[in-house]
Design a protein around this ligand. Structure first.
Ligand code: ADP
Ligand code: MG
Length: 397
């Protein structure tokens, strides 16, 4: 059981340090998608309503332990203030003199945002003592800690893991909701349980495939990893994405699936084109007849029907990884078909993975038609893999 905010007791007048995921996409200093800031609002609002003085900490981009102004959280301060309607102040440092002074002066009902935690190399240090020292500086700013940055809970980092050991700690609403939803699929899924896997590489998702071969009833394979599976069955894949060094591993997966009675469904047809570009000529070919000079960039219409039918008869569906290069409209059909089948079906439906979640939004689907769209790519994948996440472990009662 995860500790909840209520377990922290009376928060009136207390300083509460909250780890958020504010790692938003920026273009020329402007936020292009504020989804992650919005996702943090329920917890921040609850803390403000409880009379707490709220101090947020987060990272942005990859400054690699150096102060880099282009990765300042200043744009997030402004957007958060607009969304939540209270005063939000930015500390000029993370745990330095300015952060201390501003934390001290913080009034009830206001928010202080500490500057990018990754400006300090100790945040991501592999050295336990370095992280512990940084955590002590963080802990000195507040009375308790709330973890709500789901996108980082798989990281053993100071603001996620070490600081939680020094203060009374609890999970925020976003982390609770993510964990509850993902555990519905991983711990005791209502069956049939179907998992749809796609994306670019098999090697990114080896762990999750191995784990699912013991848990899921059906595994539908699409996206770039299709071609390594087809090659493992002895088919030629032309110029398609192929990880030749994974063919043996994939062969063992095909065997394991048979032994465990897991239905492994591969595309029966694919959309091919001669070059990796949006507007080349496209042809639908059978999965065992990919021309030598072409590459598969999407699953074909028969495969879409097959996948949609499997999804329709499922009670739980988890999806990670686009079925094709959905960024090019000509190759978005497979991804659309999976999203539509999940949206129309009655199963408990989970979407995990940064690109898959982005695809759902970009292709114009109504997010509320899915049971859960995860905000964390790596974290949701590791949960599906059955791993214990450091940032979750420290929040267990
Ligand atoms: P997620 O972030 O949802 O976990 P991934 O990062 O694994 O997904 O993969 C997403 C990428 O996979 C997309 O950018 C998409 O263009 C690419 N992709 C999907 N199908 C193919 C394919 N057949 N060939 C090459 N790339 C593909
Ligand atoms: Mg991705």
């Amino acid at each position: 059981m995860l500790k909840t905010i209520d377990s922290l007791g009376d928060l009136n007048g207390k300083r509460v340090l909250v780890r958020c995921d504010f790692n938003v996409p920026l273009k020329e200093g402007k936020i292009t998608d504020d989804g992650r800031i919005r996702a943090a609002l329920p917890t921040l609002q609850k803390l403000l309503d409880s009379g707490a003085k709220v101090i947020t900490m987060a990272h942005l981009g990859r400054p690699k332990g150096q102060v880099m102004p282009e990765f300042s959280l200043a744009p997030v301060v402004q957007r958060l203030a607009e969304l939540i309607g209270v005063k939000v102040t930015l500390a000029q440092d993370t745990t330095g003199a300015d952060a201390k002074a501003k934390a001290e002066a913080l009034a009830t009902g206001e928010i202080l945002m500490l500057e990018n935690v990754r400006f300090d190399p100790r945040e991501t240090s592999k050295d336990d003592a370095e992280r512990a020292a940084f955590a002590a500086e963080m802990a000195a700013l507040a009375d308790c800690y709330v973890s709500d940055g789901f996108g980082v809970v798989h990281r053993k980092q100071t603001s996620v893991y070490d600081v939680a050991k020094l203060l009374p700690a609890a999970a925020g609403f976003l982390v609770l909701k993510e964990i509850e939803s993902l555990r519905k699929a991983t711990d005791n899924p209502e069956r049939p349980y179907t998992v749809v896997l796609g994306g670019s590489k098999v090697s990114d998702k080896l762990g999750v495939i191995a784990n699912l071969l013991t848990k899921a009833d059906s595994l539908l394979i699409g996206g770039g990893m299709t071609y390594t599976f087809l090659a493992a069955q002895g088919y030629a894949v032309g110029k398609s994405l192929l990880e030749a060094d994974q063919i043996d591993t994939v062969k063992s997966y095909l065997d394991q699936a048979k032994q465990n009675g897991v239905e492994l469904v591969l595309p029966v047809d694919v959309v091919v084109t001669p070059e990796f570009k949006p507007d080349g000529p496209t042809t639908v070919v059978a999965a065992d007849a990919i021309p030598e000079d072409q590459m598969g960039l999407d699953i074909g219409p028969k495969s879409r029907e097959l996948f949609a039918a499997k999804i329709a008869e499922s009670k739980t569906v988890a999806w990670n990884g686009p079925m094709g290069v959905f960024e090019f409209p000509a190759f978005a059909g497979g991804t659309k078909a999976v999203a539509k089948a999940m949206q129309d079906g009655t199963a408990f439906s989970i979407v995990g993975g940064g690109d898959s979640a982005a695809a759902v939004r970009q292709l114009g689907f109504d997010e509320s038609k899915f049971s859960h769209i995860s905000t964390g790519g790596g974290a949701s994948l590791e949960l599906l893999e059955g791993k214990v996440l450091p940032g979750i472990e420290v929040l267990e009662a």
